[in-house]
Write a protein that binds this ligand. Structure first.
Ligand code: HEM
Length: 517
Protein backbone atom coordinates (compact mmCIF):
# COMPACT_ATOMS: atom_id res chain seq x y z
CA UNK A 1 0.00 0.00 0.00
CA UNK A 2 2.79 2.33 0.93
CA UNK A 3 4.47 1.51 -2.34
CA UNK A 4 1.32 2.36 -4.33
CA UNK A 5 0.93 5.59 -2.43
CA UNK A 6 4.53 6.42 -3.21
CA UNK A 7 4.04 5.73 -6.92
CA UNK A 8 0.98 7.99 -7.11
CA UNK A 9 2.70 10.82 -5.32
CA UNK A 10 5.83 10.40 -7.37
CA UNK A 11 3.97 10.41 -10.67
CA UNK A 12 1.72 13.35 -9.92
CA UNK A 13 4.42 15.23 -8.08
CA UNK A 14 6.99 14.66 -10.77
CA UNK A 15 4.89 16.11 -13.56
CA UNK A 16 3.62 18.97 -11.42
CA UNK A 17 7.03 19.92 -10.15
CA UNK A 18 9.21 19.09 -13.10
CA UNK A 19 7.48 21.48 -15.40
CA UNK A 20 8.23 24.39 -13.08
CA UNK A 21 11.30 23.68 -11.04
CA UNK A 22 14.90 22.71 -11.43
CA UNK A 23 15.63 19.35 -9.83
CA UNK A 24 18.63 19.58 -7.57
CA UNK A 25 21.57 17.32 -8.14
CA UNK A 26 21.37 15.19 -5.07
CA UNK A 27 18.12 13.44 -5.69
CA UNK A 28 17.69 13.92 -9.38
CA UNK A 29 18.69 10.37 -10.14
CA UNK A 30 16.14 9.04 -7.69
CA UNK A 31 13.26 11.17 -8.89
CA UNK A 32 13.83 10.30 -12.53
CA UNK A 33 14.00 6.59 -11.92
CA UNK A 34 11.29 4.66 -13.63
CA UNK A 35 8.20 3.48 -11.83
CA UNK A 36 9.34 -0.06 -12.52
CA UNK A 37 12.51 0.59 -10.63
CA UNK A 38 10.45 1.94 -7.80
CA UNK A 39 8.33 -1.20 -7.73
CA UNK A 40 11.42 -3.37 -7.70
CA UNK A 41 13.23 -1.26 -5.17
CA UNK A 42 13.95 -2.92 -1.93
CA UNK A 43 12.42 -1.56 1.24
CA UNK A 44 13.12 2.07 2.04
CA UNK A 45 16.42 2.45 3.82
CA UNK A 46 16.14 2.36 7.55
CA UNK A 47 17.70 5.13 9.52
CA UNK A 48 20.90 3.80 11.02
CA UNK A 49 21.63 4.60 14.60
CA UNK A 50 23.02 8.03 14.09
CA UNK A 51 23.22 11.16 16.11
CA UNK A 52 21.39 13.20 13.48
CA UNK A 53 17.70 14.05 13.61
CA UNK A 54 15.71 12.94 10.54
CA UNK A 55 13.22 15.27 8.88
CA UNK A 56 9.65 14.04 9.22
CA UNK A 57 8.12 12.48 6.15
CA UNK A 58 5.03 10.40 5.48
CA UNK A 59 6.15 9.12 2.09
CA UNK A 60 8.41 6.08 1.95
CA UNK A 61 11.40 6.13 -0.41
CA UNK A 62 10.54 9.55 -1.83
CA UNK A 63 10.71 11.11 1.61
CA UNK A 64 11.04 14.88 1.41
CA UNK A 65 12.15 15.00 -2.22
CA UNK A 66 9.11 16.88 -3.46
CA UNK A 67 9.16 19.46 -0.67
CA UNK A 68 12.83 19.99 -1.40
CA UNK A 69 12.12 20.29 -5.14
CA UNK A 70 9.31 22.77 -4.71
CA UNK A 71 11.35 25.42 -2.90
CA UNK A 72 14.75 24.08 -1.87
CA UNK A 73 15.79 27.38 -0.32
CA UNK A 74 12.71 27.53 1.95
CA UNK A 75 12.81 23.81 2.69
CA UNK A 76 16.38 24.05 4.02
CA UNK A 77 15.52 27.16 6.01
CA UNK A 78 12.52 25.49 7.69
CA UNK A 79 14.48 22.32 8.41
CA UNK A 80 17.29 24.30 10.01
CA UNK A 81 14.80 26.10 12.24
CA UNK A 82 13.26 22.78 13.31
CA UNK A 83 16.17 20.37 13.38
CA UNK A 84 19.25 22.53 13.93
CA UNK A 85 22.54 22.74 12.08
CA UNK A 86 22.97 19.02 11.34
CA UNK A 87 20.14 16.74 10.22
CA UNK A 88 19.22 14.48 7.34
CA UNK A 89 16.26 13.90 5.08
CA UNK A 90 15.20 11.11 2.78
CA UNK A 91 14.99 11.85 -0.94
CA UNK A 92 14.52 9.21 -3.60
CA UNK A 93 15.81 6.31 -1.51
CA UNK A 94 18.88 8.12 -0.23
CA UNK A 95 19.57 10.16 2.84
CA UNK A 96 20.83 13.67 2.33
CA UNK A 97 22.81 14.97 5.31
CA UNK A 98 22.67 18.75 5.65
CA UNK A 99 25.29 20.64 7.67
CA UNK A 100 25.08 24.35 8.33
CA UNK A 101 27.30 25.37 11.24
CA UNK A 102 30.77 26.84 10.60
CA UNK A 103 32.52 23.90 12.29
CA UNK A 104 30.59 21.13 10.55
CA UNK A 105 30.81 22.81 7.12
CA UNK A 106 34.53 23.39 7.50
CA UNK A 107 35.24 19.83 8.66
CA UNK A 108 33.05 18.36 5.94
CA UNK A 109 34.60 20.38 3.13
CA UNK A 110 38.14 19.64 4.28
CA UNK A 111 37.24 15.94 3.99
CA UNK A 112 40.65 15.09 5.36
CA UNK A 113 39.83 11.36 5.57
CA UNK A 114 39.08 11.41 1.80
CA UNK A 115 35.97 9.39 2.53
CA UNK A 116 33.71 11.50 0.29
CA UNK A 117 33.75 12.61 -3.32
CA UNK A 118 31.71 14.80 -5.64
CA UNK A 119 28.48 13.34 -6.97
CA UNK A 120 27.91 15.86 -9.69
CA UNK A 121 29.82 13.91 -12.31
CA UNK A 122 26.73 11.81 -12.99
CA UNK A 123 24.94 15.04 -13.81
CA UNK A 124 27.82 16.36 -15.86
CA UNK A 125 27.09 13.48 -18.24
CA UNK A 126 23.52 14.70 -18.71
CA UNK A 127 24.44 18.37 -18.96
CA UNK A 128 27.25 17.85 -21.43
CA UNK A 129 25.58 15.13 -23.50
CA UNK A 130 28.19 12.44 -22.78
CA UNK A 131 27.23 8.80 -22.42
CA UNK A 132 26.83 8.32 -18.68
CA UNK A 133 28.69 4.99 -18.82
CA UNK A 134 31.80 6.91 -19.86
CA UNK A 135 31.52 9.43 -17.05
CA UNK A 136 33.32 7.54 -14.26
CA UNK A 137 36.46 7.32 -16.41
CA UNK A 138 36.11 10.78 -17.90
CA UNK A 139 35.47 12.36 -14.53
CA UNK A 140 38.59 10.69 -13.14
CA UNK A 141 40.56 12.49 -15.86
CA UNK A 142 38.79 15.74 -15.04
CA UNK A 143 39.48 15.38 -11.33
CA UNK A 144 43.08 14.13 -11.48
CA UNK A 145 44.31 16.13 -14.46
CA UNK A 146 42.10 18.87 -15.86
CA UNK A 147 41.05 20.41 -12.54
CA UNK A 148 44.68 20.35 -11.40
CA UNK A 149 45.65 22.27 -14.52
CA UNK A 150 42.79 24.71 -13.89
CA UNK A 151 43.92 25.21 -10.30
CA UNK A 152 47.55 25.86 -11.32
CA UNK A 153 46.55 28.38 -13.93
CA UNK A 154 44.18 30.31 -11.67
CA UNK A 155 46.19 30.94 -8.49
CA UNK A 156 46.62 34.48 -7.18
CA UNK A 157 49.89 34.63 -9.14
CA UNK A 158 48.89 32.90 -12.36
CA UNK A 159 45.43 34.34 -13.09
CA UNK A 160 47.00 37.68 -14.09
CA UNK A 161 47.08 36.94 -17.83
CA UNK A 162 43.40 35.96 -17.90
CA UNK A 163 42.40 38.94 -15.75
CA UNK A 164 44.18 41.46 -17.97
CA UNK A 165 42.60 40.09 -21.13
CA UNK A 166 39.22 40.36 -19.45
CA UNK A 167 39.82 43.99 -18.40
CA UNK A 168 40.87 45.12 -21.84
CA UNK A 169 38.00 43.42 -23.62
CA UNK A 170 35.28 44.47 -21.21
CA UNK A 171 35.55 48.18 -21.84
CA UNK A 172 34.91 47.67 -25.56
CA UNK A 173 31.89 45.46 -24.80
CA UNK A 174 30.32 47.94 -22.42
CA UNK A 175 30.71 50.81 -24.85
CA UNK A 176 29.37 48.67 -27.66
CA UNK A 177 26.07 48.36 -25.77
CA UNK A 178 25.48 52.06 -25.81
CA UNK A 179 26.87 52.65 -29.29
CA UNK A 180 26.51 56.24 -30.51
CA UNK A 181 23.44 56.99 -28.42
CA UNK A 182 23.76 59.33 -25.45
CA UNK A 183 21.43 57.16 -23.33
CA UNK A 184 19.96 53.65 -23.47
CA UNK A 185 17.65 51.61 -21.21
CA UNK A 186 18.74 48.03 -20.73
CA UNK A 187 17.70 45.03 -18.67
CA UNK A 188 20.51 44.76 -16.14
CA UNK A 189 20.56 40.97 -16.29
CA UNK A 190 20.81 40.84 -20.08
CA UNK A 191 23.37 43.62 -20.16
CA UNK A 192 25.55 41.80 -17.61
CA UNK A 193 25.11 38.38 -19.21
CA UNK A 194 26.19 39.46 -22.64
CA UNK A 195 29.17 41.49 -21.49
CA UNK A 196 30.43 38.85 -19.06
CA UNK A 197 29.95 36.01 -21.55
CA UNK A 198 31.82 37.87 -24.25
CA UNK A 199 34.71 39.14 -22.17
CA UNK A 200 35.07 35.87 -20.29
CA UNK A 201 35.21 34.03 -23.59
CA UNK A 202 37.88 36.35 -24.91
CA UNK A 203 39.85 36.14 -21.65
CA UNK A 204 39.75 32.33 -21.61
CA UNK A 205 39.60 31.32 -25.28
CA UNK A 206 41.23 34.30 -26.94
CA UNK A 207 40.10 36.33 -29.96
CA UNK A 208 39.48 33.43 -32.36
CA UNK A 209 36.42 31.94 -30.69
CA UNK A 210 33.14 33.09 -32.22
CA UNK A 211 31.22 34.84 -29.42
CA UNK A 212 28.21 35.24 -31.71
CA UNK A 213 27.17 31.94 -30.21
CA UNK A 214 26.00 33.88 -27.11
CA UNK A 215 22.26 33.42 -27.82
CA UNK A 216 22.77 29.67 -28.12
CA UNK A 217 24.75 29.67 -24.89
CA UNK A 218 21.85 31.42 -23.13
CA UNK A 219 19.36 28.90 -24.55
CA UNK A 220 21.56 26.18 -23.12
CA UNK A 221 21.92 27.96 -19.76
CA UNK A 222 18.16 28.56 -19.44
CA UNK A 223 17.44 25.01 -20.59
CA UNK A 224 19.66 23.29 -17.98
CA UNK A 225 16.71 22.48 -15.64
CA UNK A 226 14.78 20.68 -18.37
CA UNK A 227 17.94 19.07 -19.78
CA UNK A 228 18.61 17.65 -16.32
CA UNK A 229 15.07 16.35 -16.11
CA UNK A 230 15.29 14.96 -19.64
CA UNK A 231 11.78 16.10 -20.40
CA UNK A 232 11.04 15.45 -24.08
CA UNK A 233 10.11 18.61 -26.03
CA UNK A 234 10.71 20.93 -23.07
CA UNK A 235 14.41 20.20 -23.17
CA UNK A 236 14.68 20.70 -26.92
CA UNK A 237 15.56 24.39 -26.92
CA UNK A 238 18.29 23.91 -24.33
CA UNK A 239 19.72 20.93 -26.20
CA UNK A 240 19.70 22.81 -29.49
CA UNK A 241 21.56 25.68 -27.84
CA UNK A 242 24.08 23.29 -26.34
CA UNK A 243 24.73 21.49 -29.62
CA UNK A 244 25.36 24.77 -31.43
CA UNK A 245 27.86 25.85 -28.76
CA UNK A 246 29.53 22.43 -28.86
CA UNK A 247 29.79 22.59 -32.65
CA UNK A 248 31.39 26.05 -32.46
CA UNK A 249 33.84 24.90 -29.81
CA UNK A 250 34.74 21.80 -31.77
CA UNK A 251 35.41 23.78 -34.92
CA UNK A 252 37.42 26.38 -32.98
CA UNK A 253 39.59 23.71 -31.35
CA UNK A 254 40.20 21.87 -34.60
CA UNK A 255 41.28 25.07 -36.30
CA UNK A 256 43.30 26.56 -33.47
CA UNK A 257 44.99 23.59 -31.82
CA UNK A 258 48.76 23.65 -32.34
CA UNK A 259 50.93 20.62 -31.62
CA UNK A 260 54.16 22.57 -31.07
CA UNK A 261 55.54 23.20 -27.57
CA UNK A 262 53.56 20.38 -26.03
CA UNK A 263 50.32 21.58 -27.61
CA UNK A 264 48.32 24.77 -27.11
CA UNK A 265 45.25 26.60 -28.32
CA UNK A 266 46.33 29.56 -30.40
CA UNK A 267 45.30 32.82 -28.74
CA UNK A 268 43.76 31.17 -25.66
CA UNK A 269 44.91 31.78 -22.10
CA UNK A 270 47.63 29.47 -20.80
CA UNK A 271 45.25 27.91 -18.30
CA UNK A 272 42.77 26.90 -20.98
CA UNK A 273 45.50 25.43 -23.18
CA UNK A 274 46.74 23.45 -20.17
CA UNK A 275 43.26 22.11 -19.40
CA UNK A 276 42.64 21.08 -22.98
CA UNK A 277 46.09 19.47 -23.21
CA UNK A 278 45.14 17.20 -20.31
CA UNK A 279 41.86 16.23 -21.96
CA UNK A 280 43.57 15.45 -25.27
CA UNK A 281 46.21 13.34 -23.55
CA UNK A 282 43.56 11.07 -22.01
CA UNK A 283 41.75 8.26 -23.73
CA UNK A 284 38.74 10.14 -24.97
CA UNK A 285 37.37 11.18 -28.32
CA UNK A 286 37.63 14.72 -29.63
CA UNK A 287 33.91 15.24 -29.04
CA UNK A 288 34.06 13.93 -25.48
CA UNK A 289 36.87 16.39 -24.75
CA UNK A 290 34.90 19.22 -26.36
CA UNK A 291 31.79 18.37 -24.35
CA UNK A 292 33.68 18.29 -21.06
CA UNK A 293 35.30 21.55 -21.99
CA UNK A 294 31.89 23.03 -22.69
CA UNK A 295 30.78 21.95 -19.21
CA UNK A 296 33.74 23.82 -17.69
CA UNK A 297 32.98 26.94 -19.67
CA UNK A 298 29.28 26.84 -18.84
CA UNK A 299 30.03 26.67 -15.08
CA UNK A 300 32.52 29.51 -15.36
CA UNK A 301 30.15 31.84 -17.20
CA UNK A 302 26.90 31.19 -15.39
CA UNK A 303 28.05 31.78 -11.79
CA UNK A 304 30.10 34.75 -12.79
CA UNK A 305 27.15 36.37 -14.61
CA UNK A 306 24.77 35.93 -11.70
CA UNK A 307 27.20 37.26 -9.12
CA UNK A 308 27.96 40.34 -11.20
CA UNK A 309 24.24 40.93 -11.72
CA UNK A 310 23.53 40.84 -7.97
CA UNK A 311 26.48 43.06 -7.09
CA UNK A 312 25.26 45.67 -9.58
CA UNK A 313 21.63 45.29 -8.44
CA UNK A 314 22.46 45.75 -4.73
CA UNK A 315 24.54 48.82 -5.46
CA UNK A 316 22.11 50.40 -7.92
CA UNK A 317 19.04 50.00 -5.72
CA UNK A 318 20.50 51.47 -2.53
CA UNK A 319 21.03 55.22 -2.91
CA UNK A 320 23.49 55.57 -0.03
CA UNK A 321 25.57 52.58 -1.12
CA UNK A 322 25.48 53.83 -4.71
CA UNK A 323 26.80 57.25 -3.70
CA UNK A 324 29.61 55.82 -1.58
CA UNK A 325 30.76 53.25 -4.16
CA UNK A 326 30.61 55.87 -6.91
CA UNK A 327 32.74 58.24 -4.82
CA UNK A 328 35.30 55.53 -4.05
CA UNK A 329 35.65 54.43 -7.67
CA UNK A 330 35.77 57.85 -9.25
CA UNK A 331 38.25 59.21 -6.76
CA UNK A 332 40.51 56.14 -7.07
CA UNK A 333 40.48 56.37 -10.86
CA UNK A 334 41.14 60.11 -10.82
CA UNK A 335 43.82 60.12 -8.12
CA UNK A 336 45.68 56.84 -8.52
CA UNK A 337 45.67 56.00 -12.20
CA UNK A 338 46.95 58.45 -14.76
CA UNK A 339 44.44 57.16 -17.31
CA UNK A 340 42.05 54.29 -17.79
CA UNK A 341 44.62 52.30 -19.75
CA UNK A 342 46.90 52.25 -16.73
CA UNK A 343 44.00 50.91 -14.71
CA UNK A 344 43.08 48.25 -17.28
CA UNK A 345 46.69 47.05 -17.50
CA UNK A 346 47.30 47.06 -13.77
CA UNK A 347 48.41 44.09 -11.75
CA UNK A 348 45.08 42.59 -10.55
CA UNK A 349 46.46 42.63 -6.99
CA UNK A 350 45.99 46.42 -7.09
CA UNK A 351 42.28 45.94 -6.52
CA UNK A 352 43.07 44.26 -3.20
CA UNK A 353 44.85 47.39 -2.03
CA UNK A 354 43.29 50.29 -0.10
CA UNK A 355 41.65 52.09 -3.05
CA UNK A 356 38.69 49.75 -3.41
CA UNK A 357 38.00 48.67 0.17
CA UNK A 358 34.30 49.44 0.07
CA UNK A 359 33.73 47.81 -3.31
CA UNK A 360 35.53 44.65 -2.18
CA UNK A 361 33.42 44.57 0.98
CA UNK A 362 30.27 45.04 -1.14
CA UNK A 363 31.19 42.11 -3.42
CA UNK A 364 31.91 39.88 -0.42
CA UNK A 365 28.63 40.88 1.22
CA UNK A 366 26.63 40.17 -1.93
CA UNK A 367 28.32 36.77 -2.29
CA UNK A 368 27.33 36.02 1.33
CA UNK A 369 23.70 36.92 0.63
CA UNK A 370 23.33 35.11 -2.68
CA UNK A 371 25.32 31.86 -2.31
CA UNK A 372 23.34 28.62 -2.23
CA UNK A 373 24.41 25.08 -1.36
CA UNK A 374 26.61 23.76 -4.15
CA UNK A 375 29.03 21.28 -2.61
CA UNK A 376 27.42 17.86 -2.72
CA UNK A 377 29.49 14.81 -1.84
CA UNK A 378 28.75 11.12 -1.73
CA UNK A 379 30.04 9.17 1.26
CA UNK A 380 32.31 6.46 -0.15
CA UNK A 381 32.82 4.63 3.16
CA UNK A 382 31.41 5.07 6.64
CA UNK A 383 33.09 8.02 8.27
CA UNK A 384 32.65 10.77 10.84
CA UNK A 385 32.73 14.55 10.79
CA UNK A 386 33.46 16.43 14.00
CA UNK A 387 30.47 18.48 15.16
CA UNK A 388 30.29 21.80 16.97
CA UNK A 389 31.01 20.38 20.40
CA UNK A 390 33.66 17.96 19.10
CA UNK A 391 31.06 15.15 18.94
CA UNK A 392 31.13 12.70 16.03
CA UNK A 393 28.54 13.02 13.30
CA UNK A 394 28.33 9.63 11.63
CA UNK A 395 28.08 9.53 7.86
CA UNK A 396 27.12 6.29 6.25
CA UNK A 397 28.37 4.94 2.93
CA UNK A 398 25.96 5.97 0.16
CA UNK A 399 24.60 9.03 1.94
CA UNK A 400 24.82 12.39 0.22
CA UNK A 401 26.20 15.26 2.26
CA UNK A 402 25.86 18.94 1.55
CA UNK A 403 26.91 22.20 3.14
CA UNK A 404 23.94 24.51 3.58
CA UNK A 405 26.09 27.59 3.18
CA UNK A 406 23.06 29.88 3.02
CA UNK A 407 21.93 28.50 6.37
CA UNK A 408 25.32 29.48 7.79
CA UNK A 409 25.62 32.83 6.03
CA UNK A 410 22.15 33.91 7.21
CA UNK A 411 22.51 32.60 10.76
CA UNK A 412 22.27 35.41 13.38
CA UNK A 413 24.70 33.44 15.56
CA UNK A 414 27.30 33.77 12.79
CA UNK A 415 26.53 37.17 11.23
CA UNK A 416 24.92 40.10 12.97
CA UNK A 417 21.59 41.13 11.36
CA UNK A 418 22.26 38.52 8.65
CA UNK A 419 19.45 39.31 6.19
CA UNK A 420 20.49 42.94 5.80
CA UNK A 421 22.87 44.09 3.08
CA UNK A 422 25.58 45.91 5.01
CA UNK A 423 28.01 47.24 2.46
CA UNK A 424 30.76 47.81 5.04
CA UNK A 425 30.31 44.55 6.92
CA UNK A 426 33.80 43.43 5.96
CA UNK A 427 35.57 46.70 6.80
CA UNK A 428 37.35 47.27 10.12
CA UNK A 429 37.12 50.53 12.13
CA UNK A 430 39.73 52.15 9.89
CA UNK A 431 37.70 51.27 6.81
CA UNK A 432 40.16 48.57 5.69
CA UNK A 433 38.76 45.45 4.05
CA UNK A 434 39.13 42.29 6.10
CA UNK A 435 38.63 38.99 4.35
CA UNK A 436 36.00 36.88 6.14
CA UNK A 437 37.08 33.95 8.20
CA UNK A 438 37.23 30.84 5.98
CA UNK A 439 35.17 28.99 8.59
CA UNK A 440 32.22 31.34 8.29
CA UNK A 441 32.33 32.13 4.57
CA UNK A 442 32.00 29.28 2.10
CA UNK A 443 30.54 30.70 -1.12
CA UNK A 444 33.22 28.98 -3.19
CA UNK A 445 32.97 25.61 -1.45
CA UNK A 446 36.11 24.31 0.17
CA UNK A 447 38.75 21.63 0.47
CA UNK A 448 40.23 20.15 -2.68
CA UNK A 449 37.15 21.01 -4.76
CA UNK A 450 37.03 24.68 -3.87
CA UNK A 451 36.13 26.87 -6.85
CA UNK A 452 39.16 27.16 -9.09
CA UNK A 453 38.09 30.46 -10.64
CA UNK A 454 37.42 32.40 -7.42
CA UNK A 455 40.25 34.98 -7.62
CA UNK A 456 39.50 35.68 -11.23
CA UNK A 457 35.72 35.87 -10.60
CA UNK A 458 36.07 38.38 -7.75
CA UNK A 459 38.54 40.42 -9.75
CA UNK A 460 36.37 40.49 -12.87
CA UNK A 461 33.22 41.36 -10.92
CA UNK A 462 34.95 44.38 -9.38
CA UNK A 463 36.31 45.50 -12.76
CA UNK A 464 32.80 45.30 -14.19
CA UNK A 465 31.44 47.65 -11.51
CA UNK A 466 34.43 50.01 -11.78
CA UNK A 467 34.15 50.31 -15.55
CA UNK A 468 30.39 50.89 -15.39
CA UNK A 469 30.87 53.76 -12.94
CA UNK A 470 33.70 55.14 -15.02
CA UNK A 471 31.85 55.06 -18.32
CA UNK A 472 28.23 55.71 -17.39
CA UNK A 473 25.81 57.53 -15.17
CA UNK A 474 23.32 54.86 -14.16
CA UNK A 475 19.80 54.92 -12.72
CA UNK A 476 17.24 52.15 -12.22
CA UNK A 477 14.08 52.91 -14.24
CA UNK A 478 10.66 51.30 -14.27
CA UNK A 479 9.63 49.75 -17.59
CA UNK A 480 5.99 48.62 -17.80
CA UNK A 481 5.68 48.70 -14.02
CA UNK A 482 8.90 46.76 -13.37
CA UNK A 483 10.63 47.14 -10.01
CA UNK A 484 13.23 49.79 -9.30
CA UNK A 485 14.05 48.02 -6.03
CA UNK A 486 16.19 44.97 -5.50
CA UNK A 487 14.63 42.09 -7.53
CA UNK A 488 13.08 39.26 -5.54
CA UNK A 489 15.25 36.17 -5.20
CA UNK A 490 13.85 33.00 -6.73
CA UNK A 491 13.67 30.30 -4.05
CA UNK A 492 12.77 27.46 -6.40
CA UNK A 493 16.17 26.51 -7.75
CA UNK A 494 19.50 25.43 -6.39
CA UNK A 495 22.71 26.61 -7.94
CA UNK A 496 25.82 28.18 -6.48
CA UNK A 497 24.27 31.61 -6.95
CA UNK A 498 20.59 32.46 -6.37
CA UNK A 499 18.48 33.46 -9.37
CA UNK A 500 15.74 35.96 -9.96
CA UNK A 501 12.82 36.03 -12.34
CA UNK A 502 12.26 39.78 -11.92
CA UNK A 503 13.80 42.27 -14.28
CA UNK A 504 15.63 45.37 -13.17
CA UNK A 505 15.95 47.97 -15.92
CA UNK A 506 18.58 50.66 -15.85
CA UNK A 507 19.26 53.76 -17.84
CA UNK A 508 22.87 54.15 -19.00
CA UNK A 509 24.06 57.60 -19.96
CA UNK A 510 27.53 57.94 -21.34
CA UNK A 511 29.60 60.24 -19.15
CA UNK A 512 30.93 63.25 -20.94
CA UNK A 513 34.65 63.82 -21.08
CA UNK A 514 35.79 60.46 -19.66
CA UNK A 515 38.73 58.83 -21.29
CA UNK A 516 38.38 55.40 -22.80
CA UNK A 517 41.27 53.04 -23.41
C1 HEM B 1 31.41 34.44 -8.43
C2 HEM B 1 31.27 33.45 -9.29
C3 HEM B 1 31.49 32.02 -8.89
C4 HEM B 1 30.98 31.33 -7.83
C5 HEM B 1 30.04 31.85 -6.74
C6 HEM B 1 31.50 29.98 -7.91
C7 HEM B 1 31.20 28.99 -6.99
C8 HEM B 1 31.65 27.69 -7.10
C9 HEM B 1 31.29 26.63 -6.21
C10 HEM B 1 30.37 26.76 -5.00
C11 HEM B 1 31.93 25.50 -6.63
C12 HEM B 1 31.79 24.10 -6.04
C13 HEM B 1 32.84 23.88 -4.96
C14 HEM B 1 32.67 22.56 -4.26
O1 HEM B 1 32.18 21.58 -4.85
O2 HEM B 1 33.01 22.52 -3.06
C15 HEM B 1 32.71 25.86 -7.81
C16 HEM B 1 33.51 24.99 -8.51
C17 HEM B 1 34.28 25.35 -9.59
N1 HEM B 1 34.40 26.60 -10.15
FE1 HEM B 1 33.45 28.28 -9.51
N2 HEM B 1 32.31 29.89 -9.00
C18 HEM B 1 32.35 31.11 -9.63
C19 HEM B 1 33.06 31.46 -10.77
C20 HEM B 1 33.94 30.63 -11.43
C21 HEM B 1 34.73 31.01 -12.58
C22 HEM B 1 34.69 32.40 -13.23
C23 HEM B 1 35.46 29.92 -12.93
C24 HEM B 1 36.46 29.75 -14.05
C25 HEM B 1 37.02 30.71 -14.73
C26 HEM B 1 35.13 28.85 -12.01
C27 HEM B 1 35.66 27.58 -12.04
C28 HEM B 1 35.28 26.54 -11.20
C29 HEM B 1 35.77 25.18 -11.33
C30 HEM B 1 36.76 24.67 -12.37
C31 HEM B 1 35.14 24.43 -10.31
C32 HEM B 1 35.29 22.94 -10.02
C33 HEM B 1 36.25 22.77 -8.86
C34 HEM B 1 36.47 21.32 -8.46
O3 HEM B 1 35.52 20.51 -8.49
O4 HEM B 1 37.60 20.99 -8.11
N3 HEM B 1 34.22 29.32 -11.11
N4 HEM B 1 32.53 27.20 -8.07
Amino acid sequence: MNRLYAISVLTLGYYAVSSRYELPATWFAGITSTLALLLLASASPKAEPNSLPIVNSRVPWIGNALAFARTPVDFLKDCKARYGTAYKFLAGGKYVVVLSSPTTIFNFLQNSAKAMDVVEFQLIGIITGINRLRMPYLYSVVEDKALMAFAHGMTRRTYVQTAMSFNLDLQTRLLHHIGDQPEVTVSLLEFVQKAIYSSNSVALLGPHFDIDVFDDFMKFDKGIPSILRRIPFLNRRGLQGREKVVAKLSEYIQRRWRDEDGGYLEGASDVISAVFRELRAAEMTHMEAVRIFNGFLWGSHTNHMRTTFWVMAYILTDKDVFRRIEAEIRSALADKFSDINTFLNMDPGTLDGPDFNLLTSAVTEVLRLTALPASFREVLRDTVVAGDGGESIFLKKGEIVTADVRGMHLDPAVYDDPDTFKVDRFLNEEGIYRHPNERTFAVFGGGSHMCKGRYYAIHATRVFVILCFHLFDMTPVSVNGSTVDLPQADHTTLAPVIRTTEKLWISLRRRQGVLVG
